[in-house]
Design a protein around this ligand. Structure first.
Ligand code: PLP
Length: 391
């Protein structure tokens, strides 16, 4: 039933056992509502949430008061984009983003355009990087928000956020960065000191699904960001609804653990990525779509000319869990918008694979994956008349 080898850690990660163990008491024994202020059940839940928030804040070197819990990054992105538009309408309604953002940002921008906002979508180069001078040219006095992801979920490329932050703030605009994929894979301290807003999702860092965060660097932004969900006044009125104690506790445990051994784990993962890339790039005519120096340590993205991408994914699906783009977009029959924006022809964009490695990937699995992909690509090419006739 299940593919044996998991190479899709950018889509989601398994919950670590320590994370599951940390959450269990809060489902039944200590099941109280953190807002119940008149009995120990509530006090216990409240203190578990406070402790978890402190752990996250300490690990990421940010203020505990800068965090708002959500259901995940998609909700966080909606909260920041829609909230900023509502909050800043007297200053303007212009937003700048890039063509390679996650669909959560792009679809939110499309919605905001339908509500009267103007959105500029910046191009990227063949590496997937935006041009800082293009950003500078696009900025206007009525630009209220610049939304630029740190790590791309498909290629892993990292945008030069520190330089971007300087320009955005010189213009008096706010900067939001989708840091979903960077959490747990890079040190985010410098980035979080520069951006006004960021977002996180637990299921990308070996935590549970259904819990995320908005990070608001300044109290002023936290307190004036309009709430999208009213009711109950939880989280200083920023997001109504009973706080999910077990998932928050699990999220904090996941973040704490992932940063405990990040240096050693990054070295291990980089070595595996090198093996994986070396193996895949040995396949005839294969093209790398993730060769930028500035990128996540775990992501490999390649295209196979003369191969039908859908047939390749089908052939691999019983042996290898991989994707050809974002998991949230895998129902789409269009080529990846990220690859298209990088100038990759649709035929190559279709015939592509993203492999993302993680904590449980082994060298043996990498070698097996290279062998399987090489075999399947070879088989598919043998049935393609154009492969025979290539010059
Ligand atoms: N942003 C990026 C870069 C992502 O990779 C994802 C998930 O794939 C999201 C946003 C959405 O996250 P969530 O699944 O928590 O809604």
């Amino acid at each position: 039933m299940y593919a044996q080898l998991y190479f899709d850690y950018n889509a989601t990660t398994p919950c670590r056992q320590e994370v599951v163990d940390s959450m269990l008491p809060y489902f039944n024994g200590d099941f109280g509502n953190a807002s119940s202020s008149h009995h120990p059940y509530g006090w216990l839940a409240k203190s578990a949430v406070e402790e978890a928030t402190d752990t996250i804040a300490k690990t990421l070197d940010i203020a505990a008061t800068s965090l708002i819990y959500t259901s995940g990054s998609t909700e966080s992105i909606n909260m920041v984009l829609k909230g900023t538009v509502q909050k800043m309408h007297s200053k303007g309604n212009h937003i700048i983003t890039t063509k390679t953002e996650h669909k959560a940002v792009l679809d939110c921008c499309t919605f905001l355009e339908s509500e009267g906002c103007e959105v500029t979508y910046l191009n990227v180069n063949a590496d997937g990087l935006l041009s800082v001078s293009e950003l500078q040219k696009a900025m206007r006095p009525d630009t209220i928000l610049v939304s630029i992801m740190y790590a791309n979920n498909e290629t892993g490329v990292l945008q030069p956020l520190e330089e971007i932050a300087r320009l955005v703030h010189e213009n008096g605009s706010l900067l939001f960065s989708d840091t979903t994929q960077a959490l747990g894979k890079t040190d985010l301290t410098a980035i979080l000191a520069q951006v006004d807003f960021a977002c996180f999702s637990a299921h990308k860092v070996y935590g549970p699904k259904g819990i995320g965060l908005v990070y608001c660097k300044d109290n002023e932004n936290y307190e004036t960001l309009p709430s999208l969900i009213q009711g109950g006044g939880q989280q200083k009125g920023q997001r109504g609804g009973t706080i999910n104690t077990p998932l928050i506790v699990g999220f904090a445990k996941a973040i704490e653990l992932v940063y405990l051994d990040i240096a050693a784990e990054t070295t291990r993962i980089l070595a595996l990525r090198e093996q994986l890339e070396k193996g895949l790039l040995a396949i005839e005519l294969v093209v790398s779509n993730s060769y930028s120096e500035q990128r996540l340590p775990n992501t490999v993205h390649v295209s196979f000319p003369y191969v039908d991408g859908a047939n390749l994914l089908t052939a691999l699906s019983r042996q290898l869990a991989v994707s050809n783009g974002s998991a949230c977009n895998s129902a789409s029959t269009f080529p990846s918008h990220v690859l298209v924006a990088m100038g990759i022809p649709p035929s190559l964009a279709y015939a592509s694979l993203r492999l993302s490695i993680g904590r449980y990937t082994t060298l043996e699995e990498v070698e097996k994956a290279v062998r399987i992909i090489t075999e399947e690509v070879t088989k598919l090419r043998e049935t393609n008349i154009l492969w025979e006739r290539r010059i």
